[in-house]
Each structure stands twice: as structure tokens, then as C-alpha cells.
Design a protein around this ligand. Sequence first.
Ligand code: ADP
Ligand code: MG
Length: 215
Amino acid sequence: MLHVKSLTQAHDGRVVLQLDHWQVAAGRSCCITGPSGSGKTTLLDLLCALRRPASGDILVEGVNVARLSGRAADRWRGSTVGVVTQTPHLLEILTVQENVMLAARMARVAVDGARAASLLDRLGVSALASRPAGRLSQGQRQRVVLARALLCRPRLLLADEPTAHLDDAACAQLCSLMLESCREVGATLLVATHDRRIEPLFDQRLSLPAPENAT
Ligand SMILES: Nc1ncnc2c1ncn2[C@@H]1O[C@H](COP(=O)(O)OP(=O)(O)O)[C@@H](O)[C@H]1O
Ligand SMILES: [Mg+2]
């Protein structure tokens, strides 16, 4: 499903990520660990074609994402990738349901209201569907962000430090929801984290080394 070969990324002439070979099968999960500055977020940005690498290939179901840019990258991302961020950004004045549907509109994908409702139900937040997003707890917001990420049936779900701000209960709940949702549809789950609580939950692990100039 995912096959990364000879990948490097550099900023200001400094190599910030080097990954010779990495594979994750469809429907499997992998956590990406490593100290701060080791390139976890950089790697996720490359995987969803937000940036192009300095060199190397990123094959996602046969598409070389490392070669995509502009509108082709936007189209591919909209149809293939769901993203869960560390800080769950929602539009505060829109309702939960509106926030979930907005992602599909932005990606120019047909909006499936029934699927949005069923995802909110599945993630235990259907009672909040018509509540403004500004009135949710952090754990509730994360689940709404997950529903939004899953709406367009992504083949790849990416999460960057999704549990950093969550207590143990909300952390365990969010992880099992991400793992179960991906397993159900055969999507691949990649989670960048330095949260020791969640590392054992994944099928495999990619450990990025500390940056060379770290003190
Ligand atoms: N847009 C950028 N411009 C310059 N340097 C960057 C940029 N993005 C990331 N970096 C650098 O790349 C390295 C890896 O950062 P990052 O991917 O955020 O690591 P992590 O997520 O593991 O903490 C860091 O040294 C960071 O300063
Ligand atoms: Mg990061």
C-alpha cells in the first residue's frame, strides 16, 4: 500500500529527514516515533503531498506522491487521505455536523450526509451534531476531527501527535476508534507520536533517529 524509497528532505541545506526503505501494508497501522525535531511532521507532510521531498519516492497504492504538486496533489489528497492534527481545528461557529461536511465540500467530493451522521454516531458524538463546535471538550473535538477525516473514506489516515492533549481515557478511546475505523475499511493508519501510552497499540513502528546536530 505504502512504499517509501530513498526519501530525503532538506531545509536551508540541512537534511532533516532520511528514510531509505519503509513499507506498510494496506489496512495495517504504524506509529512513527522519534525525538522532537527528528522529522515526524515533515514525513507526514510529504506523505500527504503537502510538500515535495528533496529526493526519493513515496508510492501510495501505485501513485508516486513525491511527484505530485499543485492541483493534482490537492485532488489526490482530497480523495485518498484523512488527517487528524494535534490541535483539533474546527470552525467554532459552525455545528459539529457542518464542520464534518465542510471537509468534503472543500475537497470537492460529493457530501454524504447519511455517512456523516453514521460516523458521528459510531464515534459517540451524534448527540452533539447540532451543537456549535466552540462548545465541545478537547476529547469531543478530537472525535469530530476524526469523523471529518473519515468522511471521504480515505485509504490513508494520518495523525500528528493526536493524543498529546488528552487524558488517559480520551487517549485510549481515540486510539481504538482510529484503529477500528481503519481496520473496518482496510485503510492504512500512520500516527506520529512521542506518547508512550499508545506505542504498543500499532502493528508496526518506525523509529526516526535524533537530528544529527541535536545537543
Ligand atoms: N518549513 C520549515 N523550514 C525550515 N525548517 C523546518 C521546516 N519544517 C521543519 N523544519 C525543521 O525540520 C526538522 C524536523 O522538524 P519536524 O518534522 O517538525 O520534527 P518533529 O515533528 O519530529 O518534531 C526540525 O529541525 C525543524 O526545525
Ligand atoms: Mg511534529
